[in-house]
Design a protein around this ligand. Structure first.
Ligand code: SAM
Length: 259
């Protein structure tokens, strides 16, 4: 099968890295796993062999159907769902997953993770991903760095990111022309923020013109808090949360008794 670049098809071939992923995910018989991009099922099979309760795997490339249907016949705990993981209706999954473990196609990293964070309210709170090194750096970026971006701020608000290890290019076939890392996201707070349109609007408008100050990008909100002279990438999480609080109050002013 010819690997397709547009589907980010760089298949994992290194058993040592496969073992690292499985050990890091600390799989248990109660775990319901969501995998994005089953490919030839190498990671899928390794997850199933751990004896987890269920695996849902979403795959877009129909050429993989014969192989993955054979794997489904072998393991009753596996469901392969066919379609685009960015548009998939995760709400429908039964049993509902509590962990994502996936070697994802790098071109969908931001929309995919942004979508999956929304399901933290339903219990999907542990994510272990193979990511392009630069994407992982953006997700884990601290304030005052040029890598800082909206998804990273949201994840910081919801939990923490650990870059588990570097993964050499030779661990994949075909060998990609970018570097990879294994990255872990654990969520334990502020679950509703991932579905909150106002939070997302503030971050996206704040970062829209990176060179401009927040007085430009977030007129009428950032300046009230004296952050007008700053740029989005300078702000700490607490400062973003303050701006969010001010914006919420602006949209829903408190009703004063007797007013
Ligand atoms: N899990 C396999 C492995 O580790 O070898 C395959 C990983 S490969 C990097 C990414 C997989 O995601 C491919 O099988 C590709 O067809 C699939 N894929 C690409 N875009 C997708 C999308 N939008 N939705 C679902 N699957 C996708």
């Amino acid at each position: 099968m010819r690997a397709l670049k547009r589907y980010g098809q760089n298949f994992l071939v290194d058993r040592n890295i496969l073992g690292c992923i499985i050990r890091r995910a600390e799989l248990s018989p109660d775990d319901v796993i969501l995998e994005i991009g089953a490919g030839h099922g190498v990671l899928t099979r390794a997850i199933l062999q751990e004896g987890v309760k269920h695996v849902h795997s979403v795959e877009i490339d129909e050429r993989l159907r014969p192989e993955l249907e054979a794997l489904e016949n072998e393991y009753s705990a596996l469901n392969v769902h066919w379609g685009d993981a960015v548009r998939f209706d995760y709400d429908e999954l039964r049993p509902f997953p509590n962990k994502v473990v996936a070697n994802i196609p790098y071109n969908i990293t931001t929309p995919l993770i942004s979508e999956l964070l929304k399901f933290s309210v339903k219990g999907l709170r542990y994510h272990l991903y193979m990511l392009q090194k630069e994407a992982a750096a953006r997700i884990a970026a601290r304030p005052d760095t040029k890598e800082r971006y909206p998804l990273g701020v949201t994840i910081e608000a919801m939990g923490r990111v650990v870059i588990v290890r570097q993964v050499p290019r030779e661990c994949f076939r075909p060998v990609p022309n970018v570097n990879s890392v294994l990255a872990e996201i654990s969520l334990d707070r502020n679950f509703k923020i991932a579905c909150d349109d106002l939070w997302s609007k503030i971050l996206h408008e704040g970062f829209r013109h990176r060179r401009k100050t927040l007085a430009n990008n977030l007129k009428g909100i950032a300046d009230v808090l004296n952050y007008g002279g700053k740029r989005a990438e300078d702000l700490t999480l607490n400062q973003w949360l303050e701006i969010y609080g001010a914006a919420r109050e602006k949209e829903n002013p408190p009703v004063h008794q007797g007013a």
